[in-house]
Design a protein. Structure first.
Length: 311
């Protein structure tokens, strides 16, 4: 008999939690009846501003299998997932969202697959993005294409955080306590043999998404900076290219002056070139700044989260 820990990061999920618990509880009973395994729930309250924590405490009072970790403020989903993995006691650990966009019924197949011993992780990916804004879906696909071209870490398009992994793989993830976290990249970086389960996109059961386009954009930058140094190389290429262009203009101006003797003509085009070069310089400085800011945050050695209470 194995213990399966279901880690659920929560931020303002008071409306969705009852639906999630009810449906996942049915799956837990199926796992117990079919495989003989026990299930524990670990809810991580990421500084919610609604009654999420009250709902979790009510569930914990009614079910001894429910445990929780509550943060002192909102530290983000990445910190919540890490805290949940750290609190999990199971032989197998699952990460799930509380909005039921991760189908709980897949847990039965995931558990069966892992118990065969061939795989270390069973992860899920969406085959469609039905229900998402078209622009958001387009940029999401572009991000996955870009990150897989510039990074050595394999990040699957449509991959969800929803997965079931062995204790060995979970420990490997916990051995990476970096402050700037991008879990999709971390899961790929640690390796281990992973089986992918595909499913059609499911919309939220209740509540509203916490991921705006801007937040997803910043999260994508986090992933690029964390798992690729290609932007730094790009900055170097821009520098070399601008040097070549500058030398070409110098030669052009000298030749033109010797032939036509009019060195002051063409100042508008010169201003355009100056603005172009200045813009590229600022872009390169910005790229360097992104990497330096990550180094700055890492060297502070601040904790990923602060726990207010737990059970």
């Amino acid at each position: 008999m194995a213990l399966i820990s279901i880690v659920v990061p929560c931020y303002n999920e008071q409306e969705a939690l009852p639906f999630f618990y009810k449906k996942t509880l049915q799956v837990a009973e199926d796992i117990k009846n079919k495989l003989g395994d026990e299930v524990e729930f670990i809810f991580v309250d990421d500084g919610s501003k609604d009654d999420t924590m009250q709902v979790i405490k009510q569930l914990a009072a009614e079910d001894a299998r429910v445990r929780y970790v509550s943060f002192s403020r909102n530290f983000g989903k990445e910190a919540a997932m890490y805290a949940g993995l750290k609190a999990a006691k199971g032989d197998y650990i699952s990460l799930m969202d509380a909005d039921l966009q991760d189908p709980p019924e897949l847990l039965v197949e995931m558990t069966q697959t892992l118990k065969l011993g061939e795989y270390d992780c069973v992860a899920s990916r969406r085959t469609t993005r039905k229900g998402e804004p078209v622009i958001r879906s387009f940029f999401a696909r572009m991000f996955y294409r870009l990150i897989n071209r510039i990074s050595k870490t394999d990040i699957v398009d449509g991959a969800r955080d929803f997965r079931l992994m062995t204790r060995q793989m979970a420990n490997a993830v916990l051995d990476m306590p970096e402050y700037n976290r991008f879990s999709k990249g971390i899961f790929g970086w640690v390796g281990f043999k992973t089986k992918w389960l595909e499913y059609i996109n499911v919309e939220r059961v209740a509540g509203e998404t916490k991921w705006s386009f801007w937040k997803l954009f910043l999260y994508s930058l986090e992933g690029i900076v964390a798992f690729s140094t290609a932007p730094l190389a790009l900055a170097s290429v821009f520098g070399i290219l601008m040097c070549v262009v500058a030398m070409g203009f110098i030669i052009f101006i000298i030749v033109r002056t010797l032939i036509w003797g009019d060195p002051t003509n063409g100042w508008p085009s010169m201003m355009c070139v100056i603005i172009l070069i200045g813009g590229i310089q600022l872009l390169c400085i910005g790229i360097l700044g992104q990497y330096m800011s990550k180094i700055y945050l890492e060297t502070k050695h601040r904790p990923l989260y602060i726990i207010k209470e737990e059970k």
